[in-house]
Design a protein around this ligand. Structure first.
Ligand SMILES: [Zn+2]
Length: 267
């Protein structure tokens, strides 16, 4: 087990280098004025900070997630405005949604709640307090296999069919696997947990193998996906990232510390 961890760590250092560390000698990419303005605004913005624990914490200088061609907010939660997180989390969601759109165009990622602008307690959630948690609805298709934007999270069973009134909906194995595969392989934001039902986790790993995903990505996905005792998570993914090293020690993590933990794990 330890040897496997070491191999994973070595592989992650080679192949999952943080996006920000691109070689300075690399040719400049053409970029639109809007991209440039966005990057300048981000550079001026004070660094976001996650403080404390996901279930007892707050958020400073939050980044706001916006709707886009790749991202929509789930109607049931949109009005509550809990769409803030650390830069690492917001950018992770943007990168993951963009990857799914690029590989399998035609659908948008459905985002539920993140944290409030300053973090702290959020009705209906135990965690989501420090800008490092996000609820993501599943990609799903209707009876004619077209991407479907549901107003609320929809539950799915082991067979991939919607439950109750959503029986005509299908769990979109391909897009949901692309999403999970990107989340766990991201070199900047490091994912600690993806809470999701055991039945759905098994479907996704099967899909990943079927699509020829690299072994290290499958191993990470198998390790971070789990079904918590208090809620089966058969209608959404709950994703949590670790503190960024610059946020520590005020930002606190608890076990498990996976081999891709950024920096030295707390003792
Ligand atoms: Zn959640």
């Amino acid at each position: 087990m330890r040897r496997l961890s070491a191999v994973l760590l070595a592989l992650s250092a080679l192949t999952l280098a943080p996006v920000a560390s691109a070689s300075p000698g690399a040719p400049a990419r053409a970029c639109s004025g809007r991209d440039r303005a966005g990057r300048q605004a981000r550079r001026r913005a004070p660094r976001s900070r996650s403080i404390g624990l996901p279930w007892r914490g707050r958020l400073e200088n939050a980044a706001e997630l916006r709707e886009s061609d790749d991202i929509r907010f789930v109607g049931e939660y949109a009005e509550r405005g809990s769409r803030y997180g650390t830069w690492q989390l917001v950018q992770l969601v943007e990168r993951a949604a963009a990857r799914v759109s690029r590989r399998l165009p035609g659908a948008r990622l459905s985002v539920g709640e993140m944290s409030g602008r300053s973090g702290g307690r959020l009705d209906g959630h135990r965690s989501h307090q420090s800008g490092r948690d996000v609820d993501l609805g599943f990609y799903m298709t209707d009876a004619r296999e077209r991407p479907f934007d549901a107003f609320a999270f929809a539950s799915f069973g082991r067979d991939g069919e919607g439950r109750g009134p959503n029986r005509m909906l299908r769990f979109d194995d391909a897009r949901n696997w692309e999403l999970v595969g990107k989340l766990v392989a991201d070199g900047d934001a490091r994912v600690q947990h993806i809470f999701v039902s055991r039945a759905i986790a098994a479907r996704l790993l099967r899909e990943g193998r079927r699509r020829g995903a690299p072994g290290r990505v499958l191993a990470r996905a198998a390790r971070v996906m789990s079904q918590p005792a208090h809620h089966p998570h058969d209608n959404h993914f709950h994703v949590r990232i670790y503190c960024n090293p610059h946020e520590r020690p005020r930002c606190e993590d608890r076990a498990p510390f996976h081999p891709w933990y950024p920096g030295d794990p707390p003792r």
